[in-house]
Design a protein around this ligand. Structure first.
Ligand code: FES
Ligand code: FES
Length: 172
């Protein structure tokens, strides 16, 4: 009778666990269908940046505190560093790469330039995505813009200009 050695048995178990922890996901990213296989614990930010190569979405704190990683999922803003990718299977994801092009900027991108609403630019993709979602909520005044953007930090302190850019597009 053959007896499996402990080493082989352990290896088989590890392989089984590794196989079980891989999930197949399908998203729409910026209007394109995209299928990925990833570990079940992968965060949406890491799938977007490392597997899909869309590095416009930034990793700042990786703790849900700064908003640099903000993307839209089915039109709602999501801090992708805290979002389990598997929870967004089938979702319609928008990143900064899907917002505008150098030749055809989104109105909010153009307003950011007009108002000089950035310095280093690291927070800007998240600010733009968050601002677009906020505009869809139709903020009624400047205070509502400040409140609505409070989840997006800017270490360069461009807040007054960011608020001014969003206010212009909101018609306030
Ligand atoms: S990187 Fe996600 S909130 Fe800071
Ligand atoms: S422009 Fe530098 S962190 Fe916002």
């Amino acid at each position: 009778m053959m007896v499996e050695t402990p080493t082989t048995a352990k290896g088989s178990h590890a392989d089984a666990v590794a196989t079980a922890s891989v999930v197949a996901l399908a998203f729409s990213i910026n209007g394109r269908h995209c299928a990925v296989e990833t570990v079940a614990t992968a965060m949406l930010l890491d799938v977007i940046r490392d597997q899909l190569g869309l590095t416009g979405t930034k990793k700042g704190c990786d703790l849900g505190a700064c908003g640099a990683c903000t993307v839209l999922a089915d039109g709602r803003r999501v801090k992708s560093c805290l979002a389990l990718a598997a929870s967004y299977d089938g979702a319609d994801i928008t990143t900064i790469e899907g917002i505008g092009t150098p030749d055809r900027l989104h109105p909010l991108q153009a307003a950011f330039i007009r108002h000089d609403a950035l310095q280093c630019g690291y927070c800007t993709p998240g600010q733009i995505l968050s601002g677009i979602a906020l505009l869809a909520e139709k903020p009624k005044d400047i205070a509502a813009i400040r409140e609505g953007m409070s989840g997006n930090l800017c270490r360069c302190g461009a807040y007054p200009n960011i608020v001014a850019a969003i206010a212009e597009v909101a018609g306030l």
